[in-house]
Design a protein around this ligand. Structure first.
Ligand code: FEC
Length: 317
């Protein structure tokens, strides 16, 4: 089995911020002011761990796909035992906006003789401004190959039971830290997208709401809402409500504690560390709201199990 695991990508050094940003803007160079603003955000968080997390996700997924029977009891040594499983499953990493790029990954797969693979993005919701753009990049890479390669897509997995269980587990951990869980607000976030995509029928907001509803149902939350974060620095209108405005209105409604869970992103990165842990946290503080963030799935084995189930099902299609 062959898998192309994709994620957004992030710069490895401060010098790479500008070309990375240019790639996000489809080759249009951002103004100096925009670059400086983005540099400030990276300086504030230190460095985004996204590339490292994506790599560990890929290594663990490959190991889990190659695992047939644990050699030793799980509780002693984890599911792998002392040996990292070797076998026929191969996972390749491609990032949307940096290196290894999707084109580099597809070229490496071809070099290794891969003729069929499952393509999956480490983001559960389909959007014209996310998964569709990954698909365009994969299509372009496939076209440049001398022989055909078949790609079987996992386009979205917003309601996958193991994903819902994994998110619910992280939210439950945060609930332990609340003073009064029945009186708290629960907010699920995802990256905002331009409203123009929603007007073109993008299923994204419906899928984000579905994830939120299923987690809330699983934990019998008294109430929950969905908000959007990290709207881009472009003049067009973006999908809301924006998390910061939403926090202010929750406080006006009388809430004192809120748990925020970023369900649009399995991994920690700039948009989690800056937009939630610094910016939204500052907004909450300013209005007198106690904000707790549920920790991310990252490369934890329960998320890797989700990816494994999805790619195995797709491979059999
Ligand atoms: O840690 C890191 O360094 C990378 C964090 C990162 C993730 C991410 C995920 C998504 N984005 C989505 C949509 C858009 C649209 C635009 C856009 C722009 C940016 C910029 C940065 C950035 N995004 Fe991103 N996104 C991350 C980082 N994103 C930096 C540029 C500065 C800015 O505007 O804030 C607007 C593009 C344009 O200008 O035309 C649209 C979506 C996701 C979630 C799915 C995914 O992970 O692929 C949707 C992580």
């Amino acid at each position: 089995m062959n898998v192309l695991l994709m994620a957004y990508g992030t710069p490895y050094t401060p010098e790479e911020i500008e070309p990375y940003y240019t790639d996000i803007r489809r080759g249009r160079r951002p103004s100096e002011e925009l670059v400086r603003e983005l540099e400030e955000r990276y300086h504030a968080i230190g460095k985004s761990p996204l590339n490292e997390i994506t790599l560990v996700q890929a290594i663990r997924l490959q190991a889990l796909l190659n695992l047939e029977a644990p050699a030793y009891p799980k509780r002693l040594l984890g599911p792998f035992g002392p040996r990292i499983p070797q076998g026929p499953a191969r996972v390749y990493v491609g990032t949307k906006h940096w290196h290894p790029s999707i084109g580099e990954a597809v070229a490496a797969m071809h070099e290794d003789g891969v003729r069929r693979a499952v393509a999956i993005v480490a983001a559960p919701h389909y959007s014209l401004r996310s998964v569709a753009e990954y698909q365009e990049k994969v299509e372009a890479a496939l076209k440049s190959l001398p022989e055909p390669m078949e790609m079987v897509w996992v386009e979205s997995y917003e309601a996958h039971p193991s994903l819902i269980a994994a998110y619910a587990r992280r939210l439950e951990e945060a609930i332990w830290r609340l003073r009064e869980p029945r009186k708290a607000a629960y907010v699920f976030t995802a990256h905002s997208i331009p409203l123009s995509a929603v007007e073109r029928g993008d299923p994204y907001p419906r899928q984000v709401e579905r994830t939120a509803e299923l987690i809330a149902k699983r934990l019998a939350l008294p109430r929950f809402s969905v908000a959007y974060q990290s709207a881009g620095r472009t003049p067009e209108p973006w999908l809301g409500p924006d998390i910061n405005e939403h926090l202010k209105s929750l406080r006006e409604e009388g809430f004192e504690e809120v748990v925020v869970q970023a369900v649009g992103f399995p991994a920690d990165h700039l948009e989690v560390y800056y937009d939630l842990d610094l910016e939204a946290q500052a907004t909450a503080k300013e209005v007198g709201l106690r904000l707790l963030r549920a920790r991310s799935l990252n490369a934890d084995l329960d998320y890797i199990q989700v990816l494994k189930e999805l790619v195995e099902a797709a491979w059999l299609r």
